[in-house]
Ligand binder design. Sequence first.
Ligand code: C5P
Length: 232
Amino acid sequence: MAVGRADIKIYAIIVAAGSGSRFGAQLPKQFCRMKGRPVVMTSIERVREAVPGVELRLVLSEAFIDQWAEWCREYGFASPVVVGGGSTRWESVRNAIESIPVDADRRAIVMVHDAARPLLTPEVATGLIAALEQGYDGAVPCVPVVDSIRRVFPDGRSEAVDRSEYRAVQTPQAFRLEDLREAYLRPFEPAMTDDASVMEAAGRSDIALVDGADCLMKITRPGDLDIVERML
Ligand code: C5P
């Protein structure tokens, strides 16, 4: 299924420069083997399939750039353009935005995607692009929250909240290039854990929530890799 209009360019930034400290493996989670290959190769393939003609940027920490080239040779994998990462996800995304030519079409769409969410579906990609075409500032895939949720106060007290008022947010998150570029010129704040929060801080808060997918879960803890591999 093709997404987007043929005359609008779509860039995808895949951030893979994290160290994966919660995962507890020797390698960062995005490089652990899934069906015998580094996870990020599946992430890249799925984006290429869901968004035909997409122009990709892969963000890697400097420590893995040579190793990545070696894996690409070993697995016969065509690498996208590689960009050096930063010490936060925000910095990694900013570096990738800076690698997009300054004279690129201002109407171009950028999708920012976590390498640790390997199973993008065409349906999610289509929903994101459709929302942007309707005029939203951005679009993010969401799923309902399944656990009960408590709000925790600085003094340690907590209170139950109504989980039906909340959504868990996934990636890819889609925006127009010129808006995202402008938003990433502002200084980093710790609450900027994804790109929609960066856009909101820049005053672009009309963000569409589109249906996410269970298979888009982020590999975070030991055991998640097995779950995602079974869904593959
Ligand atoms: O750590 P977390 O799971 O929130 O990271 C989300 C995504 O951002 C991962 O794919 C990770 O590799 C990437 N990341 C990055 N640069 C960082 C930190 C995280 O590209 N400095």
